[in-house]
Design a protein around this ligand. Structure first.
Ligand SMILES: [Zn+2]
Length: 573
């Protein structure tokens, strides 16, 4: 179209508008329901791979809403607990206090699960799993907490396939936090003074229905999408031949699309039964869908299993978007992920990434042999927890200073000659590393800055280790986990951030935003105050009858380094 014809068309539009035929959409009133969905392990790569094939909820959300294809979980420790902790706190893991899914307590030498809470009990009698849990290990507050402080009548619910997905997003004062446990249904934690029956009441009827349904027809998995069948293939993993197909050799509910389907069903039940978005105060429903992660770990991302999962997730989310269209007070939905992911290294290596491989775990043996001799130690001083090294004595209790610091430094030097290792950083240095200057896009963060965003005093390992691009810290076993995430690389850090509400008109926003931007954006929309020390920034959504986001505060001349604030018992004075 020439400029002249284009200008003519615009003039014509202006005339039509003046005549009342075309008009800008009226700003919508502020919605009374906020729904935040985290699709566990939904990398930006996976989203773009399937985007054109979605016809259900993901199609509606991505094509009618605001699509940020370049969202970032910008820290290094790209795991479920830290990733979920950023979404509704507006803070990176170094400020949520959740650096990893597990860490080793420096004083006891015992492994600690991210949301362990021994003051609570579980509402179900199954035992095992992650044991009693609760939100207390997370030191940051969430959007739901800010909302409850502003309007106590607001209701906050969380539901997930995993305890950590629900707890991290629902926050400290939720009305209900539920996650799926096979053999029981949706469960929760019970705090002192509460009863399991009361806490489970909102999901009791659904649990009974699901139990009867699966007793009448045991759950299974057959192809729902014939198009996925052509992705079948044969691989050899750790010496074992494996044919990828649906149903997989060992069907499990938790590693099938059924997990997200029941989780969405539970979310819809809470929406209807609790009349969310129908009261005078704004409500929050946080949904974490774990199926993509479980399937990614078990089967990788490029086989028939993930293909089936993507189509069925899209269908399940369609039931959610349809339900949100009739929420009386209006609804807004944000969909993102706790971290990304990639395929398993054997298939990557076949597909043009010859550097993709599993880490040589003998690194730890080599480190221990060298350090033991050099420092004349009786026990191995290095323990590896998946993201770094702990410098320990007997019973994995951390060694005292200054010995611990000297061994850590020597370990960093030794790692420099390991071919699987890209970089290693001392925790003490990471705790002093300033945050990246405001406005720096996450893809430009240095490796040290990424690692610093995951560094928590008293919880993170003494040495953060970044493996080479395409090197995975996982042993393989067909039938167990063969693929993983958790690295500082962009395949694990880049996630979609999609914002949608009924009546939204599609808009692509292609430059980077961070998952820490979600909470301040929603807080601004619904008129609650976020804490002053959050990392994220408010993003203008448009379309609602609210003022534009306030201008960001001018950047400080020199950012404050993180204060360690933690002393080992033997360092107290
Ligand atoms: Zn995972």
């Amino acid at each position: 179209m020439t400029f002249r014809r284009c200008a003519g068309a615009l003039a014509g539009l202006a005339l039509l508008a003046a005549a009342g035929f075309v008009h800008a959409a009226e700003p919508k009133p502020v919605p009374k329901l906020v729904v935040v969905v985290s699709v566990d392990q939904f990398s930006a790569n996976l989203f773009s791979q399937y985007r054109s094939r979605f016809t259900g909820g993901l199609h509606v959300i991505a094509e009618q809403g605001l699509t940020y294809a370049n969202g970032w979980q910008s820290h290094m420790g790209t795991e479920t607990c830290p990733g979920h902790s950023t979404i509704l706190t507006g803070k990176h893991p170094n400020k949520t206090g959740i650096p990893a899914n597990d860490w080793v307590d420096p004083v006891t030498g015992k492994e600690v699960y991210c949301f362990t809470n021994t003051a609570n009990v579980l509402a179900d009698p199954l035992g095992g799993g992650n044991g009693p849990v609760g939100p207390d290990n997370m030191v940051a507050t969430t959007l739901g907490d800010w909302l409850k402080a502003a309007s106590p009548a607001s209701r906050v619910f969380g539901v997930s396939g995993k305890d950590r997905g629900a707890i991290a997003m629902a926050g400290h004062h939720a009305d209900g936090v539920y996650w799926w446990r096979e053999g029981f249904g949706f469960t929760t934690f019970v705090e002192p003074g509460q009863t399991a029956v009361d806490r489970l009441a909102p999901v009791a009827a659904l649990n009974a229905e699901l139990k009867a349904r699966f007793a009448a027809q045991p759950p299974g998995w057959a192809y729902a999408q014939e198009a996925c069948r052509k992705l079948e293939g044969d691989y050899v993993i750790a010496g074992e031949a494996w044919h990828t197909t649906v149903p997989p050799r060992r069907f499990a509910f938790d590693t099938s699309p059924l997990l997200d389907e029941v989780t969405v069903e539970a979310a819809l039940r809470l929406l209807a039964d609790q009349k969310l978005g129908a009261g005078p105060a704004t409500d929050l429903l946080a949904i974490s869908l774990s199926g993509t992660d479980r399937i990614g770990h078990s089967f990788g991302t490029q086989g028939p299993e993930m293909c089936e999962q993507m189509y069925r997730l899209d269908t399940a989310l369609g039931t959610l978007t349809r339900a949100l269209e009739s929420v009386p007070g209006g609804a807004v939905l944000v969909l993102t992920a706790d971290h990304g992911g990639s395929d398993f290294p054997e298939r990557l290596a076949q597909r043009g990434y010859p550097q993709a491989r599993r880490v040589d775990f003998k690194i730890i043996e080599r480190l221990n042999a060298g350090l033991k001799a050099r420092f004349k130690l009786e026990v191995d001083p290095v323990a590896y927890d998946g993201s770094g090294l702990m410098i320990v004595g007997k019973g994995k209790v951390r060694l005292p200073q200054p010995l611990r610091g000297k061994i850590a430094k020597a370990a960093v030097e030794m790692l420099a000659s390991e071919p699987d290792v890209e970089a290693a950083f001392l925790l003490d240095d990471l705790l002093k590393t300033p945050a990246p200057p405001a406005g720096t896009p996450p893809e430009l963060f240095t490796l040290q800055q990424r690692a610093a965003l995951s560094a928590v005093a008293g919880r993170s390992p003494d040495v953060a280790v970044i493996l080479k691009w395409g090197v995975f810290p996982l042993r393989a076993k067909v039938g167990g986990a063969i693929s993983t995430h958790g690295s500082a690389w962009d395949y694990d850090r880049r996630v979609p951030i999609l914002m949608w509400w009924p009546g939204a008109s599609g808009q692509e926003r292609m430059l980077s935003v961070d998952t820490t931007d979600i909470a301040p954006t929603l807080a601004h929309l619904i008129g609650v105050t976020a804490p002053a020390d959050i990392d994220g920034r408010c993003l203008d959504l448009g379309g609602f009858a609210v003022a534009a986001c306030p201008a960001p505060a001018p950047a400080a001349a020199a950012p404050e380094p993180q204060k360690p604030g933690f002393r080992w018992p033997w360092e107290k004075n």
